[in-house]
Design a protein around this ligand. Structure first.
Ligand code: MLT
Ligand code: MN
Ligand code: ZN
Length: 294
Protein backbone atom coordinates (compact mmCIF):
# COMPACT_ATOMS: atom_id res chain seq x y z
CA UNK A 1 0.00 0.00 0.00
CA UNK A 2 1.23 3.48 -0.82
CA UNK A 3 0.51 6.33 1.54
CA UNK A 4 1.23 10.04 1.31
CA UNK A 5 0.82 12.28 4.32
CA UNK A 6 -0.87 15.32 2.77
CA UNK A 7 -1.18 17.17 6.08
CA UNK A 8 0.34 16.11 9.41
CA UNK A 9 -1.09 18.86 11.63
CA UNK A 10 -4.26 18.94 13.69
CA UNK A 11 -6.96 21.55 13.10
CA UNK A 12 -5.40 25.01 12.77
CA UNK A 13 -2.20 23.74 11.15
CA UNK A 14 1.33 24.86 11.96
CA UNK A 15 1.61 27.80 12.15
CA UNK A 16 -1.98 28.53 13.13
CA UNK A 17 -3.17 31.90 11.80
CA UNK A 18 -3.72 33.49 15.22
CA UNK A 19 -1.02 31.79 17.27
CA UNK A 20 2.30 33.21 18.40
CA UNK A 21 3.41 30.23 20.49
CA UNK A 22 7.00 29.04 20.15
CA UNK A 23 6.17 26.27 17.69
CA UNK A 24 4.07 28.57 15.49
CA UNK A 25 6.70 31.33 15.59
CA UNK A 26 9.44 28.82 14.69
CA UNK A 27 7.39 27.47 11.80
CA UNK A 28 6.67 30.99 10.56
CA UNK A 29 10.39 31.77 10.62
CA UNK A 30 11.34 28.48 8.94
CA UNK A 31 13.17 27.02 11.94
CA UNK A 32 10.85 24.02 11.95
CA UNK A 33 8.78 22.73 9.02
CA UNK A 34 5.24 24.06 8.62
CA UNK A 35 2.44 21.49 8.49
CA UNK A 36 -0.93 21.64 6.80
CA UNK A 37 -4.08 20.17 8.26
CA UNK A 38 -4.97 16.52 8.74
CA UNK A 39 -5.21 14.42 5.58
CA UNK A 40 -3.68 11.28 4.06
CA UNK A 41 -3.83 9.86 0.53
CA UNK A 42 -3.68 6.12 0.04
CA UNK A 43 -3.54 3.82 -2.98
CA UNK A 44 -3.21 0.09 -3.60
CA UNK A 45 -2.28 0.38 -7.30
CA UNK A 46 -0.61 3.80 -7.46
CA UNK A 47 -3.23 4.92 -9.98
CA UNK A 48 -6.42 5.61 -8.09
CA UNK A 49 -6.02 7.42 -4.80
CA UNK A 50 -8.34 7.66 -1.82
CA UNK A 51 -8.10 10.78 0.30
CA UNK A 52 -8.73 10.26 4.00
CA UNK A 53 -10.33 13.48 5.25
CA UNK A 54 -10.65 16.66 3.18
CA UNK A 55 -8.69 19.36 4.94
CA UNK A 56 -9.13 23.11 4.41
CA UNK A 57 -5.63 22.98 2.87
CA UNK A 58 -6.52 20.37 0.24
CA UNK A 59 -5.88 22.64 -2.74
CA UNK A 60 -2.25 23.25 -1.73
CA UNK A 61 -1.87 19.63 -0.61
CA UNK A 62 -2.96 18.37 -4.03
CA UNK A 63 -0.65 20.78 -5.77
CA UNK A 64 2.27 19.50 -3.68
CA UNK A 65 1.51 15.83 -4.46
CA UNK A 66 2.12 14.83 -8.11
CA UNK A 67 0.18 11.57 -7.67
CA UNK A 68 -2.96 13.70 -7.26
CA UNK A 69 -2.48 15.90 -10.32
CA UNK A 70 -5.03 15.60 -13.16
CA UNK A 71 -4.02 13.24 -15.98
CA UNK A 72 -6.51 14.65 -18.47
CA UNK A 73 -8.04 17.99 -19.41
CA UNK A 74 -10.51 17.70 -16.53
CA UNK A 75 -10.31 14.90 -13.98
CA UNK A 76 -8.56 13.58 -10.90
CA UNK A 77 -6.73 10.43 -9.79
CA UNK A 78 -8.74 10.82 -6.56
CA UNK A 79 -11.51 8.24 -6.74
CA UNK A 80 -12.89 8.74 -3.26
CA UNK A 81 -12.80 10.71 -0.04
CA UNK A 82 -13.42 9.02 3.31
CA UNK A 83 -14.35 11.11 6.37
CA UNK A 84 -13.51 9.97 9.89
CA UNK A 85 -15.55 12.69 11.61
CA UNK A 86 -17.25 16.00 10.91
CA UNK A 87 -14.60 18.37 12.26
CA UNK A 88 -13.71 21.43 10.21
CA UNK A 89 -10.19 20.14 9.58
CA UNK A 90 -11.72 17.06 7.95
CA UNK A 91 -14.65 18.43 5.94
CA UNK A 92 -13.90 22.04 4.92
CA UNK A 93 -11.81 20.87 1.95
CA UNK A 94 -14.95 19.39 0.40
CA UNK A 95 -15.89 22.93 -0.58
CA UNK A 96 -12.74 23.06 -2.71
CA UNK A 97 -13.67 19.78 -4.43
CA UNK A 98 -16.63 21.37 -6.24
CA UNK A 99 -16.35 21.97 -10.04
CA UNK A 100 -18.15 18.89 -11.28
CA UNK A 101 -15.56 16.12 -11.24
CA UNK A 102 -16.98 12.82 -9.98
CA UNK A 103 -15.73 11.04 -6.88
CA UNK A 104 -17.28 8.99 -4.09
CA UNK A 105 -17.70 10.47 -0.64
CA UNK A 106 -17.79 7.93 2.18
CA UNK A 107 -18.82 8.81 5.73
CA UNK A 108 -21.07 7.45 8.43
CA UNK A 109 -24.69 8.56 8.27
CA UNK A 110 -24.04 10.89 11.20
CA UNK A 111 -21.09 12.54 9.46
CA UNK A 112 -22.80 12.82 6.07
CA UNK A 113 -25.80 14.42 7.85
CA UNK A 114 -23.51 17.31 8.85
CA UNK A 115 -23.09 18.05 5.13
CA UNK A 116 -26.82 18.51 4.75
CA UNK A 117 -26.39 22.29 4.67
CA UNK A 118 -27.01 24.60 1.71
CA UNK A 119 -23.32 25.45 1.26
CA UNK A 120 -22.41 21.80 0.67
CA UNK A 121 -24.86 21.67 -2.24
CA UNK A 122 -21.85 22.84 -4.26
CA UNK A 123 -21.06 19.13 -4.30
CA UNK A 124 -23.65 18.21 -6.91
CA UNK A 125 -24.99 14.85 -5.76
CA UNK A 126 -25.49 13.67 -9.31
CA UNK A 127 -21.70 13.96 -9.67
CA UNK A 128 -20.36 13.31 -6.16
CA UNK A 129 -21.75 10.06 -4.78
CA UNK A 130 -22.54 10.31 -1.05
CA UNK A 131 -22.13 6.76 0.25
CA UNK A 132 -23.01 5.97 3.87
CA UNK A 133 -20.49 3.80 5.72
CA UNK A 134 -21.84 1.16 8.05
CA UNK A 135 -19.61 0.52 11.04
CA UNK A 136 -17.62 -2.72 10.91
CA UNK A 137 -18.75 -3.51 7.35
CA UNK A 138 -15.88 -3.62 4.82
CA UNK A 139 -16.22 -1.65 1.59
CA UNK A 140 -13.93 -1.02 -1.35
CA UNK A 141 -13.37 2.65 -2.25
CA UNK A 142 -10.79 1.80 -4.95
CA UNK A 143 -9.36 -1.17 -6.82
CA UNK A 144 -7.48 -3.48 -4.48
CA UNK A 145 -8.27 -1.59 -1.30
CA UNK A 146 -10.68 -2.73 1.41
CA UNK A 147 -11.66 -0.33 4.19
CA UNK A 148 -13.51 -0.99 7.42
CA UNK A 149 -14.62 1.87 9.66
CA UNK A 150 -15.05 1.23 13.36
CA UNK A 151 -16.10 3.38 16.30
CA UNK A 152 -13.41 4.86 18.53
CA UNK A 153 -14.03 6.96 21.65
CA UNK A 154 -14.68 10.52 20.55
CA UNK A 155 -17.10 13.40 20.59
CA UNK A 156 -19.29 15.29 18.17
CA UNK A 157 -17.71 18.07 16.08
CA UNK A 158 -16.90 21.24 18.01
CA UNK A 159 -19.59 23.24 16.20
CA UNK A 160 -22.26 20.68 17.16
CA UNK A 161 -21.46 20.66 20.87
CA UNK A 162 -24.33 21.39 23.23
CA UNK A 163 -23.60 21.96 26.92
CA UNK A 164 -21.15 19.27 28.08
CA UNK A 165 -20.72 16.66 25.34
CA UNK A 166 -19.73 13.06 26.05
CA UNK A 167 -16.09 13.36 25.03
CA UNK A 168 -15.48 9.61 24.74
CA UNK A 169 -18.73 8.42 23.18
CA UNK A 170 -18.68 5.31 20.97
CA UNK A 171 -20.73 5.61 17.81
CA UNK A 172 -20.79 7.07 14.35
CA UNK A 173 -19.38 10.49 15.20
CA UNK A 174 -15.70 9.43 15.33
CA UNK A 175 -14.31 6.44 13.51
CA UNK A 176 -10.97 4.82 12.84
CA UNK A 177 -10.22 3.13 9.52
CA UNK A 178 -8.71 -0.28 8.87
CA UNK A 179 -7.20 -0.34 5.38
CA UNK A 180 -6.18 -3.56 3.72
CA UNK A 181 -4.62 -4.42 0.37
CA UNK A 182 -2.87 -7.53 -0.91
CA UNK A 183 0.32 -6.66 0.97
CA UNK A 184 -0.58 -5.11 4.27
CA UNK A 185 -2.97 -3.82 6.91
CA UNK A 186 -2.86 -0.18 7.97
CA UNK A 187 -4.85 1.66 10.63
CA UNK A 188 -5.65 5.37 10.36
CA UNK A 189 -6.98 6.92 13.58
CA UNK A 190 -6.55 10.72 13.61
CA UNK A 191 -8.90 11.32 16.54
CA UNK A 192 -9.27 9.05 19.55
CA UNK A 193 -10.17 9.95 23.14
CA UNK A 194 -9.02 6.72 24.81
CA UNK A 195 -6.92 3.70 23.91
CA UNK A 196 -9.25 0.93 25.03
CA UNK A 197 -8.34 -2.75 25.40
CA UNK A 198 -10.69 -3.44 22.49
CA UNK A 199 -8.78 -1.06 20.28
CA UNK A 200 -5.43 -2.64 21.22
CA UNK A 201 -6.80 -6.06 20.27
CA UNK A 202 -8.09 -4.75 16.96
CA UNK A 203 -4.69 -3.26 16.04
CA UNK A 204 -2.84 -6.46 16.79
CA UNK A 205 -0.86 -7.75 13.81
CA UNK A 206 -1.20 -4.63 11.62
CA UNK A 207 1.80 -3.38 9.64
CA UNK A 208 1.34 0.34 10.21
CA UNK A 209 -0.54 2.55 12.64
CA UNK A 210 -1.16 6.24 11.95
CA UNK A 211 -2.42 7.53 15.28
CA UNK A 212 -3.74 10.67 16.99
CA UNK A 213 -0.74 12.74 18.09
CA UNK A 214 -2.68 15.89 18.91
CA UNK A 215 -1.24 16.62 22.35
CA UNK A 216 1.68 15.49 24.45
CA UNK A 217 -0.21 15.99 27.68
CA UNK A 218 -3.76 16.69 28.71
CA UNK A 219 -3.00 20.16 30.16
CA UNK A 220 -0.92 21.27 27.21
CA UNK A 221 -2.99 24.27 26.17
CA UNK A 222 -2.98 25.69 29.68
CA UNK A 223 0.77 25.05 30.01
CA UNK A 224 1.58 26.77 26.74
CA UNK A 225 -0.76 29.63 27.61
CA UNK A 226 -2.72 29.06 24.40
CA UNK A 227 -6.05 28.09 25.99
CA UNK A 228 -7.76 26.23 28.78
CA UNK A 229 -9.20 23.16 27.07
CA UNK A 230 -7.73 19.81 27.99
CA UNK A 231 -6.89 17.16 25.44
CA UNK A 232 -9.66 15.02 26.91
CA UNK A 233 -12.18 17.83 26.44
CA UNK A 234 -11.12 18.03 22.78
CA UNK A 235 -11.57 14.26 22.37
CA UNK A 236 -7.88 13.45 22.05
CA UNK A 237 -5.87 11.04 24.22
CA UNK A 238 -2.42 12.48 25.08
CA UNK A 239 0.84 10.83 24.05
CA UNK A 240 2.27 10.81 27.59
CA UNK A 241 1.03 9.51 30.94
CA UNK A 242 -0.12 6.10 32.16
CA UNK A 243 -3.20 6.11 29.90
CA UNK A 244 -1.44 7.91 27.05
CA UNK A 245 -0.86 6.40 23.63
CA UNK A 246 2.88 5.82 24.18
CA UNK A 247 2.18 3.58 27.17
CA UNK A 248 -1.01 1.99 25.91
CA UNK A 249 0.36 1.16 22.46
CA UNK A 250 3.82 0.08 23.60
CA UNK A 251 3.16 -3.52 22.55
CA UNK A 252 2.06 -2.70 19.01
CA UNK A 253 4.63 -4.50 16.84
CA UNK A 254 4.15 -2.67 13.52
CA UNK A 255 5.40 0.73 12.41
CA UNK A 256 3.95 3.60 14.48
CA UNK A 257 3.53 7.14 13.20
CA UNK A 258 1.88 10.06 14.97
CA UNK A 259 -0.37 12.22 12.80
CA UNK A 260 -2.86 15.07 13.52
CA UNK A 261 -0.21 16.83 15.64
CA UNK A 262 -1.36 20.06 17.28
CA UNK A 263 0.75 23.20 17.04
CA UNK A 264 1.07 23.25 20.84
CA UNK A 265 2.76 19.85 21.01
CA UNK A 266 6.35 20.02 22.37
CA UNK A 267 7.39 17.05 20.21
CA UNK A 268 7.51 19.50 17.31
CA UNK A 269 10.71 20.94 18.78
CA UNK A 270 13.53 18.76 17.41
CA UNK A 271 15.70 19.13 20.52
CA UNK A 272 12.94 18.57 23.09
CA UNK A 273 12.96 15.81 25.70
CA UNK A 274 9.47 14.91 24.49
CA UNK A 275 10.71 14.34 20.92
CA UNK A 276 13.49 12.12 22.27
CA UNK A 277 11.00 10.13 24.32
CA UNK A 278 8.72 9.54 21.35
CA UNK A 279 11.64 8.44 19.18
CA UNK A 280 13.02 6.15 21.89
CA UNK A 281 9.60 4.50 22.12
CA UNK A 282 9.80 3.68 18.40
CA UNK A 283 7.37 6.26 17.07
CA UNK A 284 8.01 8.65 14.23
CA UNK A 285 6.23 11.92 13.56
CA UNK A 286 4.43 12.43 10.28
CA UNK A 287 5.35 15.44 8.16
CA UNK A 288 3.78 16.94 5.07
CA UNK A 289 4.93 15.04 1.99
CA UNK A 290 5.94 11.93 3.93
CA UNK A 291 5.75 8.83 1.73
CA UNK A 292 5.17 5.42 3.24
CA UNK A 293 4.99 2.13 1.37
CA UNK A 294 3.92 -0.97 3.25
C1 MLT B 1 -10.05 18.46 16.71
O1 MLT B 1 -9.47 17.54 16.16
O2 MLT B 1 -10.13 18.53 17.93
C2 MLT B 1 -10.72 19.47 15.84
O3 MLT B 1 -10.08 19.53 14.61
C3 MLT B 1 -10.84 20.79 16.48
C4 MLT B 1 -11.36 21.80 15.52
O4 MLT B 1 -12.35 21.56 14.81
O5 MLT B 1 -10.75 22.88 15.43
MN1 MN C 1 -8.98 17.60 14.10
ZN1 ZN D 1 0.86 27.88 18.15
Amino acid sequence: MRLRILGAAAGGGLPQWNCGCRNCADARDGRIPSMTQSSVAVSADGLTWVVLNASPDIRAQMQAEPALHPRSLRGTPMGAVILTNGDIDHIAGLLTLREGTPFALHGTKATLAILDEPVFRVLDRSVVRFLPIRLDEPFSPAEGLTVTAFAVPGKVALFLEEEEPDTAAMGEQTVGLRLEDADSVVFYIPGCAQVTDDLCRKLDGADLLLFDGTVWQDEEMRRTGTGTKTGARMGHVPMSGPDGSLARLADFAGRRVYIHINNTNPVLQPASAERAEVAAAGWSLAFDGMEITT
